[in-house]
Design a protein around this ligand. Structure first.
Ligand SMILES: NC(=O)c1ccc[n+]([C@@H]2O[C@H](COP(=O)([O-])OP(=O)(O)OC[C@H]3O[C@@H](n4cnc5c(N)ncnc54)[C@H](O)[C@@H]3O)[C@@H](O)[C@H]2O)c1
Length: 363
């Protein structure tokens, strides 16, 4: 694919104006790299609500209506329900628009191949955004590890506790498609939110050689099964080993401006450790990054540890990329397929009773 950077602000359409629009839109506000020219959503209520943010944008009920309008569009911010990702992306690329898609990319490799082929055929760029790679405490964790400050990495631990109380409201309509995903074997903790943790694994330590998983199931209300307790262990090509525990704490109140997810990343090196204490929620209210080495603890008090800022910075990176073509996409579609493979390997492992599965071998 040859990509020509745009020599003027990107003309963008935002497709899907639901819950996560509230965070993604931060990349678009006060940004000289972009002009929001169109908004699309079948919900009249959402269209009316979001049109107030962009008085100069045209508003459409469907992508077909947008395409028929002949409005010039360079790129789409695709904030669609997951079950619509595949057909949605194929349609958007087919109109000749670059696409910044939300995670998870899609549910299986056949669908991923359809999306890659659509990008190839259209000559347009498909990015699967990963806001966690733009969360400042995680970026500083990566820098710390790479600087050698904690010594050679011995191993690391990811933790995720899904709590049932606190946080912002999620519309009932969002749960409808999430439940459909769960019924299709793609749970909200391992696959949906977990996609971010899988991404950080690959981003921090490179390709995973083998993963072993024990994916549990807890019925929270009749017919609704959450994919916890779950444990994953894995080894990277570089020899680093990791473990990730996912726990459900249904009655626990967690203070959060967003979703109620208590998260931790702790990397242990031969000389010390570095730990990110929180991300989406406000579980541990110590500085978001702490680094221990040689008997001294360093605490980072000045980081931008508002989870929403990671959406702002991820989106700005994309819009700048369209203007310059410089730097990694974080993620390109191919890199997102590596994350998908990792998730699929975990499912395969769990189904086989926890045996080791190489993501590269998943078909
Ligand atoms: N990066 C993150 O941390 C993060 C967090 C939450 C959600 N997400 C992702 O964002 C995406 C959207 O999630 P959400 O929570 O905003 O969902 P949501 O259900 O709140 O919003 C989806 C919106 O899409 C609209 N829609 C439905 N069909 C459409 C169509 N054909 N064309 C245009 N719009 C259509 C709906 O009316 C709704 O307004 C999903 O892919 C989800 O996985 C990512």
């Amino acid at each position: 694919m040859t990509f020509t950077p745009l020599d003027r602000p990107v003309r963008a359409a935002i497709v899907g104006l639901g819950r996560i629009y509230d965070l993604n839109v931060r990349a678009y506000r006060d940004n000289v790299d972009v002009e929001v020219v169109a908004l699309v959503d079948p919900s009249e209520e959402r269209r009316a609500q979001r049109a107030l943010d962009w008085p100069d944008a045209e508003v459409f009920e469907s992508v077909a209506d947008l395409a028929a309008s002949r409005l010039e569009i360079d790129a789409v911010e695709a904030l669609l329900p997951i079950p619509l990702h595949v057909d949605g992306v194929v349609e958007l690329l087919g109109h000749g628009w670059h696409v910044n898609l939300q995670k998870p990319m899609c549910n299986d490799l056949a669908d991923a191949e359809r999306m890659l082929a659509a990008a190839q055929d259209s000559g347009r760029v498909l990015r699967v955004m990963e806001n966690y790679l733009f969360y400042e405490p995680l970026r500083r964790l990566k820098q710390t590890v790479e600087s050698g400050e904690i010594g050679e990495v011995s191993g690391y631990h990811l933790k995720m506790v899904a709590s049932g109380r606190g946080g912002w409201d999620v519309p009932a309509s969002s749960y409808e498609w999430q439940f459909r995903q769960m019924r299709d074997g793609r749970g909200i903790l391992v696959f949906d939110d977990g996609w971010h943790k899988l991404s950080t694994m690959v981003w921090l330590f490179g390709p995973v050689r083998e993963v072993r998983a024990w994916i549990g199931a807890t019925e929270v209300v009749p017919g609704i099964v959450i994919d916890a307790p779950t444990t994953l262990v894995w080894e990277h090509d570089n020899g680093a080993r990791g473990v990730w525990d996912i726990t459900l704490a249904t009655d626990m109140y967690l203070r959060s401006d967003y979703y109620t997810n208590d998260e931790r990343w702790e990397v242990t090196g031969r000389r010390g450790f570095a730990r990110v204490n929180r991300c989406t929620g406000r579980g541990i209210q110590q500085p978001s990054l702490e680094v221990y080495a040689d008997g001294e603890m360093k605490a980072f008090h000045g980081l931008d540890d508002d989870w929403a800022s990671s959406f702002r910075d991820s989106g700005r990176h994309w819009l700048r990329w369209l203007r310059t073509g410089e730097g990694p996409l974080w993620w390109s579609a191919d890199e997102a397929v590596d994350v998908l493979r990792l998730a699929l390997a975990a499912y395969e492992s769990s189904a086989a009773g926890g045996t080791g599965v190489a993501p590269a071998s998943v078909h």
